[in-house]
Write a protein that binds this ligand. Structure first.
Ligand code: AMP
Length: 455
């Protein structure tokens, strides 16, 4: 079976796929679609970029096409849970694309959007809800969403959900669903905790695994440059200029560990004449949407992101991923470089490694089972460093980069990565301090202006 036609998907879906230009299923689609169509539960190890969204969306849409039902007020037939808003939006967009010739109602539910708007949509009943856990529970508690008629549950990026502290929300949500349902479970990695979760929620599942961590990594041309933290701004500017002059810069994603680090990189790039924007948990949802849209349509070519905000971003033509700061969790590195070399294309990933990041690099190399090629520092770095320092000295730092408590400026090694906070303080709910929308705010600090409650 090598063709979408062999799956026997209903005609409107086949037509939508033809419109998308999909002809050959990806390995996860080949393995997952046939059993899921027959109603089996599924446990899939696959990361973003493998085509996993279609692997679950197509059988669900096909089931709906063949089993139409009247919508029940405030109910949904399929529930897809995702760890981030960006991923949720993307999944909903894929459902919309593949189901465009079906008369289905698909909606997203996540924080940062006024709750009454979501309540209005849900009040009529919908076919598919794609949600992050926190806001979903808020809506259930308000009586605006009833999960008792869910026929299919999808848990996407389960490992990331656990990392973000959604486990309690997840358990509560699953407890609200009918026992009789189909459950599809996806995770990029399968540590013990995820395995246990899968065992609890899945009934006699088909297990499929594609692209073990190393394979994506092997497709990406990776390099690392050992550089002092203080020289990173100049190094970034030199590299971007060089790639741009060579006509090879389609789009670059630049990763920092912290939100403030991301803002700082944007500002420094701006001083050097580059247009860049950041997405992270402190940006409002409309801001994040706008930035992603311009990155997608090509009007913005440099996007600076933290891991959480970037998780699940699916933008084709990301030619370069620059790890301005190395992640302290090796799997994040794999997710980051997976933004390039998508759908079979080749991409380039360059990491900047300061002395105190060397242990992170060692962990990464162990995980990807590859030694990352080392590049030397560019000859003109010293001059570029001087120029970058001068530009920085001539411009006053924006308010949000000054640390009012005199603490360590963010963006330096040791600053807490977005979304990975120390365990909760006494009296705090276990998930209250790890929701992506709130993540990164220093414990006890007042909310920054414009930051929203993310549920
Ligand atoms: P995903 O892993 O679901 O995020 O998908 C990664 C990318 O591959 C998305 O841009 C999809 O639109 C694209 N894609 C998924 N399946 C196929 C396919 N069979 N042929 C071509 N592109 C695909």
């Amino acid at each position: 079976m090598t063709n979408f036609a062999d799956f026997g998907l209903s005609e409107p879906i086949a037509r939508a796929l033809a419109d998308k230009g999909y002809t050959v299923p990806t390995p996860i689609q080949l393995q997952a679609i046939p059993p899921v169509i027959t109603g089996k539960d599924l446990c899939g190890i696959a990361q973003t970029g493998t085509g996993k969204t279609a692997a679950f969306a197509l059988p669900i849409l096909d089931y709906f096409a063949r089993n139409p039902k009247h919508r029940l007020k405030t109910c949904t037939r399929a529930l897809v849970l995702a760890p981030t808003r960006e991923l949720a939006s993307q999944i909903a967009a894929s459902f919309g694309d593949y189901g465009k010739f079906l008369k289905l109602s698909i909606t997203t539910v996540f924080g940062g959007v006024p709750i009454p708007r979501q309540e209005r949509v849900l009040s009529h009943g919908v076919d598919v809800v794609v949600a992050t856990p926190g806001r979903l529970l808020d809506l259930v508690e308000r009586g605006s969403l009833d999960l008792r008629h869910v026929e299919v549950l999808v848990l996407d990026e389960a490992d990331q959900m656990l990392d973000l502290g959604f486990i309690h929300d997840l358990k509560r949500i699953v407890g609200l669903l009918p026992r009789q349902r189909q459950t599809l479970f996806f995770s990029a990695t399968m540590p013990k905790a995820i395995e246990e979760l899968a065992a609890r929620y899945l009934k006699d599942p088909v297990k499929v695994a594609v692209q073990p961590t190393a394979t994506t990594a092997e497709r990406v041309d990776q390099a690392v440059i050992h550089v002092n933290q203080a020289e990173k701004p100049a190094l970034l500017q030199l590299i971007l200029r060089e790639v741009e002059n060579a006509g090879k810069l389609d789009r670059a994603l630049i990763f920092t560990r912290t939100k403030h680090g991301a803002d700082r990189v944007v500002r420094q790039l701006g001083l050097a004449g580059f247009t860049a924007e950041a997405i992270h948990g402190n940006k409002s949802q409309p801001q994040r949407d706008r930035t992603l849209k311009s990155f997608r349509d090509g009007s913005l070519r440099l996007l600076v992101a933290t891991d959480i905000a970037a998780r699940g971003i699916d933008v084709s033509g990301v030619s370069h991923v620059i790890n301005y700061e190395l992640p302290n969790v090796p799997e994040q590195y794999v997710h980051r470089i997976g933004r390039t070399a998508r759908a079979g294309r080749d991409g380039q990933a360059i990491a900047f490694c300061a002395d105190d990041e060397r242990p992170f690099l060692r962990d990464i190399e162990k995980t990807i089972r590859l030694k990352v090629r080392v590049l030397g520092l560019p000859e003109n770095l010293r001059a570029a460093v001087a120029a970058a320092r001068k530009a920085e000295a001539d411009s006053p730092p924006p308010r949000e980069e000054r640390d009012p408590r005199g603490g360590r400026p963010s963006g330096r090694p040791g600053a807490r990565p977005e979304g990975r906070r120390p365990a909760g303080r006494p009296g705090q709910s276990p998930h209250a301090n790890v929701h992506p929308a709130r993540a990164g705010r220093p414990a006890g600090a007042p909310k920054a202006g414009g930051a929203r409650r993310g549920r």
